[in-house]
Write a protein that binds this ligand. Structure first.
Ligand code: UDP
Ligand code: MG
Length: 309
C-alpha cells in the first residue's frame, strides 16, 4: 500500500485545525486504499496550535507534529515537513482549507495512472483577495517569468503532491533563502497543473500583510534571477558610452568655435542623476551580497523544540 505524507505548516491556526482534521479525515476515509501521515508543523505559534496538534495526535496515530523554537516562516516549515516525512508521496497543504484536501484523490490518480512526477495547483481566480494585492501578484509573476529562467506559474499555490524522487530533490536544495515556487520549478520533473477557483480561508486570518508579501517577492527575485545585476552593469555601460559621445561632441563644438551655454543647473542634474543611479546599482549589488552573506553563514533553516516522532 502506498503512503502519502501530508505536510501542513501551521502558524496560529487554532481556529482552523479542527476543521482541517475533520475534512482530512473525510478524505482519508474515501482514499482508504492508501496510508496517510499528517505532519503538522507548528511554526512557533503563539496560540494553542501545538496543544491542538497534540490532542489530535492522541486521537489519531496517523498524525505527527513538529514544533519550532520560534517562527521561522512558512518556507522553513515546508522544508522541515518534507525533510521529516516518510511517505512514498508527499503533499504540501495549508491548514486553512484554501488548499482543498479533496483534490488529493485526483492528484494521486494522475501520479498513479499517468507519467507525472508531481501534480500542482493554481488558482484561476483571485476572488476574495484585495484588488491591489491581486494586481501586484500578477505583475510579479509577469516580471519573474521575464527575468528568471525558472518558470513560475501565475496563481500557483504551494499545494501539490509529489513523488518521493521529487521530494528528495527539493530537500537536497538546502538554501537558506527559500522560495518554494521557484524551487519546485527549478528541480524540474513532469508536473501536471490542476486549476481551481480561489477558496476563502475557513477561519482565522491570513498571516501575510502586503508588506510581508512585497519583501517575499524581493526574496523570490534575488533567489531565482540575477537579472537586476545584469541591468545594473548594462546601464553602467550605456551611461559610459553616452558620456564618451557627449565629450566628443563638446570637443568638436569647441574646436569649431560654437560657444556652450554656461549653466550650472544642467550640470547639477547630470551629477545628481549619475550619482543617484550609482547608489541604486550599489544597492542592487548589496542586496545580492546580503543574501550571499546569509547563505554563507550556513545557519539551520529551522530549529525543533519538540517533535512527536
Ligand atoms: N504559515 C506558516 N508560517 C508563517 C506564516 C504562515 O507556517 O509564518 C502557514 C499558515 O499557517 C498557513 C499557510 O502557511 O497554513 C498559509 O498562510 P496564510 O493562509 O496566512 O496565507 P495566504 O493563504 O493568505 O497566502
Ligand atoms: Mg491561506
Amino acid at each position: 500500500m502506498d503512503r502519502i505524507s501530508v505536510v501542513v505548516p501551521c502558524y496560529n491556526e487554532e481556529k482552523v485545525m479542527p476543521l482541517f482534521y475533520k475534512e482530512m479525515k473525510r478524505v482519508m476515509n474515501i482514499m482508504n486504499y492508501v496510508g496517510f501521515e499528517i505532519i503538522f508543523i507548528d511554526d512557533g505559534s503563539k496560540d494553542n496550535t501545538l496543544r491542538i496538534a497534540k490532542s489530535l495526535k492522541a486521537r489519531d496515530d496517523r498524525i505527527k507534529y513538529l514544533s519550532f523554537s520560534k517562527n521561522f516562516g512558512k518556507e522553513a516549515a515546508i522544508y522541515a515537513g518534507l525533510e521529516n516525512c516518510t511517505g512514498d508521496y508527499a503533499a504540501v497543504m495549508d491548514a486553512d482549507l484554501q488548499d482543498p484536501p479533496a483534490l488529493l484523490e485526483i492528484m494521486y490518480r494522475y501520479l498513479k495512472q499517468e507519467d507525472y512526477d508531481s501534480v500542482a495547483t493554481r488558482r484561476v481566480t483571485r476572488d476574495g483577495e484585495p484588488k491591489l494585492r491581486s494586481f501586484f501578484a500578477r505583475r510579479f509573476y509577469h516580471l519573474m517569468n521575464h527575468i528568471s529562467k525558472t518558470n513560475m506559474v501565475d496563481g500557483a499555490r504551494d499545494y501539490r503532491l509529489m513523488k518521493r524522487q521529487m521530494v528528495d530533490a527539493v530537500v537536497n536544495m538546502k538554501e537558506y533563502n527559500r522560495f518554494s515556487k521557484g524551487i519546485f520549478g527549478w528541480v524540474g520533473f513532469k508536473t501536471k497543473w490542476l486549476e481551481y477557483d480561489n477558496v476563502e480561508r475557513a477561519a482565522g486570518e491570513s498571516k501575510w500583510s502586503f508588506r510581508k508579501l512585497l519583501f517575499y517577492s524581493f526574496d523570490g527575485i534575488a533567489a531565482f534571477s540575477t537579472m537586476p545585476l545584469g541591468i545594473a552593469s548594462f546601464s553602467g555601460l550605456f551611461l559610459c558610452i553616452l558620456s564618451f559621445i557627449s565629450i566628443i561632441v563638446i570637443m568638436i563644438r569647441h574646436l569649431i568655435g560654437v560657444k556652450s551655454a554656461h549653466g550650472w543647473s544642467s550640470m547639477a542634474c547630470i551629477i545628481l542623476f549619475v550619482s543617484g543611479f550609482q547608489l541604486f546599482c550599489m544597492g542592487v549589488v548589496g542586496q545580492y551580497l546580503a543574501k550571499t552573506y546569509l547563505e554563507v553563514k550556513n545557519r539551520p533553516i529551522y530549529i525543533i523544540r519538540e517533535k512527536s516522532f
